[in-house]
Design a protein around this ligand. Structure first.
Ligand code: 5GP
Ligand code: MN
Ligand code: MN
Length: 322
């Protein structure tokens, strides 16, 4: 099924803004820069600015990386705001005021918990990634290698390299088409997904060592305090991937990894394997996400946070007890 093309939303648009979510992941950075490249390559009459929190350095190879704005350009008016991988307004970050200020808003997303109100919203929770979704809105013949590299990276990241259950035949067909554009697929997977710095591996090792198993080994939890993060000199971006490794533990259904972002404030990541809907658990704490991957920010000591989480996780693990 071929649907509308991004070009149709750009008619009469002199200046567009593109924005993703806070703590941008590969899908978010790939979708934002993919759309940026697509517009730059094919719609010279439309000017475009990208707003994102500074992405991880591993994404620097993407064309447009150095043009990313981390602060709102004061007074600049946009005809169209394109939001990518955004499930709710509070996840937008610096570009949030543009939702009201821009003439029109267009959102592409794939979160079951999407609560947005825009001029156009395309939210497909079953699809692997926002990158796969926006690619389906692009004219394939107009996708440059630069654009393809961004989109391919996003698909790789949100599917865990074509592993998660959200990967479909359509995902692989999209990846094949992107591969035909000449993307260095092997290098992208190696350098942006698997490769870790020495200190990132140390954090992973420590988190695995300190993890605890609950509910007969069906739940695994680990956390990192701010003072330890300072000791290693790391930021939130260095924690990516730890929760997936915890989930790889045999017998585990739910994995939780949390790190302290402020005194007794924890960014919580939740993952599940087969049965538990973690987006539902995250929503009890003002968060959201997908069925198998979700997150929230919670307050309290690690003990408080774990207690609050396990109340709902236990219910989800043992629904027959209801
Ligand atoms: P992660 O654990 O990798 O930070 O996030 C996993 C998924 O949950 C992502 O799709 C992300 O967008 C979503 N997510 C993470 N934290 C939050 C949050 O605080 N609020 C909402 N609404 N979604 C979140
Ligand atoms: Mn994302
Ligand atoms: Mn995504």
């Amino acid at each position: 099924m071929k649907q509308k093309n991004i070009g149709e939303f750009l008619k009469g648009v002199r200046i567009a803004a593109v924005a993703g979510h806070v703590n941008p992941d590969g899908d978010c950075v790939g979708a934002c820069l993919g759309v940026y490249n697509y517009i730059r390559d094919n719609f010279p009459e439309t000017d475009v600015d990208v707003y994102l929190q500074k992405p991880r350095q591993v994404f620097q190879f993407m064309n447009g990386f150095n043009s990313i704005h981390t602060e709102l350009i004061p007074g600049k008016q946009y005809d169209l705001l394109i939001l990518l991988d955004i499930s709710s307004r509070d996840r937008i970050g610096v570009a949030e005021p543009l939702v009201d200020a821009a003439e029109k808003t267009l959102c592409f997303d794939h979160h079951v918990t999407n609560r947005g109100s825009y001029s156009w919203l395309f939210n497909v929770p079953e699809i692997s990634s926002t990158c796969e979704l926006v690619f389906s809105f692009m004219d394939e013949t107009k996708v440059s290698r630069n654009c393809a590299e961004c989109i391919y990276t996003g698909i790789v990241h949100d599917t865990g390299v074509f592993q998660y259950s959200s990967t479909s035949p359509d995902t692989l067909r999209a990846a094949a088409k992107l591969m035909e554009k000449g993307v260095p697929f092997s290098e992208i997977i190696e350098r942006t997904f698997f490769e870790k710095t020495y200190v990132q591996n140390q954090l992973l090792g420590r988190s695995l060592m300190e993890s605890i198993l609950l509910f007969n080994g069906r739940l695994i939890i680990s956390y990192m305090r701010q003072r330890d993060m300072r000791f290693y000199g790391v930021t939130s971006a260095d924690m990516e991937g730890i929760v997936s490794q915890l989930r790889n533990t045999a017998g585990v259904e739910v994995a939780v990894f949390m790190y302290e972002t402020d005194s007794e404030v924890y960014k919580v990541s939740l993952r599940s394997r087969e049965t538990v809907d973690v987006s539902e658990i995250a929503q009890h704490f003002g968060g959201g996400g997908h069925i198998r991957a979700a997150g929230a920010t919670m307050q309290g000591t690690p003990h408080d946070v774990i207690n609050n989480l396990t109340y709902y996780i236990e219910k989800a693990l043992y629904p027959e007890k209801e």
